[in-house]
Design a binder for this molecule. Structure first.
Ligand code: ADP
Length: 311
């Protein structure tokens, strides 16, 4: 679950806030496009989620973790629990495809034995088994992006954030990457994608959230279309607070559709870095929370949060 409650962010020296009172609730297993013109605030919103930037006001809860309580020293560990994919891939140029994925697992403390089991399965998922020994410079753009996605999903994140993942790819390759993200979504991962690609958004018919001047001007739950100048909606969309069937609940609420069997990836060892910032429901703290946050906290059992090894 991703929850932003009245989030405002203004960069020093800017006349207008980059995010202006943004409230957004994304349920587990949703596939959401975040669209908007350049400067609308998309990157800033993503940076709020990855904690590269902090809001001036408002509350952000991701997978039961209140980001206010993720201390500086825990940020790298927190980020490793999110899957993040960028337009420019950010691969290690001197490592092979296999090593790029293996490295992502090494740094979270997975044993060599488990890494040797996991990496081939993930490469199979992204259809790169035959390229395992190649270096990034020997791959096409689409293949590089698939390595980047493999690296993120190897840790089995519950949430995958992709910031313009197809921005530098041609039409055919773009479709391949989107198909892969859909497959990962089918396995139960929540996906948030920023994009300028109108065709992709319109073809997929998923939820589409549109930002303009730092505000959410439209939130189309189903069959969303790419429309950058929608009619403004109220500051705090009704659906976040009241919409029936959209209660702030954890994964139990995910739609009961038959899912393809996910490739079995070992995760037992992905518990080395315990986020200690999960104390989100003390009565004292609850007193200062808005009704939206209180509801989210109430529906997130403490024991479940403490045990969860990924977001
Ligand atoms: P988008 O990703 O939709 O293009 P951004 O989040 O990058 O939008 O930017 C939103 C607004 O915040 C813009 O007006 C932009 O100029 C401003 N902004 C973004 N990053 C910074 C920064 N580091 N310092 C100052 N202003 C920034």
């Amino acid at each position: 679950m991703i929850l932003l409650d009245s989030v405002t962010k203004r960069y020093p020296g800017d006349a207008k806030p980059a995010l202006d009172n943004v409230s957004l609730h994304i349920e587990p297993n949703e596939f959401v496009f975040l669209v908007g013109k350049s400067g609308a605030g998309k990157s800033t919103l993503i940076k709020m989620l990855t904690k590269e930037e902090v809001p001036d006001s408002g509350k952000i809860i991701i997978g039961g973790i209140d980001l206010d309580y993720v201390k500086k020293r825990h940020i790298p560990g927190y980020r490793r629990r999110l899957g993040v994919v960028f337009q420019d891939f950010k691969l290690l140029p001197r490592r092979t495809v296999y090593e790029n994925v293996a490295f992502a697992l090494e740094i979270i403390g997975m044993s060599g034995k488990d890494i040797r089991k996991t990496v081939p399965k993930v490469l199979e998922l992204v259809d790169l088994s035959a390229q395992a020994k190649k270096f990034p410079s020997q791959l096409s753009g689409g293949q590089r992006q698939r390595v980047s996605i493999a690296r993120s999903v190897a840790r089995q994140p519950k949430i995958l954030i992709a910031d313009e993942p197809t921005g530098s790819l041609d039409k055919l390759t773009t479709q391949e990457i989107i198909d892969l993200l859909r497959k990962i979504n089918d396995f139960g991962t929540t996906i948030l994608v920023t994009t300028h690609n109108e065709n992709i958004v319109n073809n997929l018919q998923k939820r589409v959230v549109t930002l303009k001047d730092g505000r959410i001007i439209s939130d189309q739950k189903n069959n969303g279309i790419y429309k950058l100048d929608a009619t403004p909606v109220p500051e705090k969309p009704e659906r976040i607070i009241q919409a029936p069937g959209h209660a702030l609940k954890e994964t139990k609420e995910a739609p009961k559709v038959a899912k393809p069997a996910a490739p079995k990836i070992t995760t037992e060892k992905i518990t080395t870095e315990k986020i200690t910032a999960q104390k989100i429901a003390t009565p004292k703290m609850a007193a200062s929370m808005s009704p939206t946050i209180k509801r989210a906290v109430r529906t997130t059992p403490r024991r479940k949060i403490a045990k969860s090894n990924v977001i």
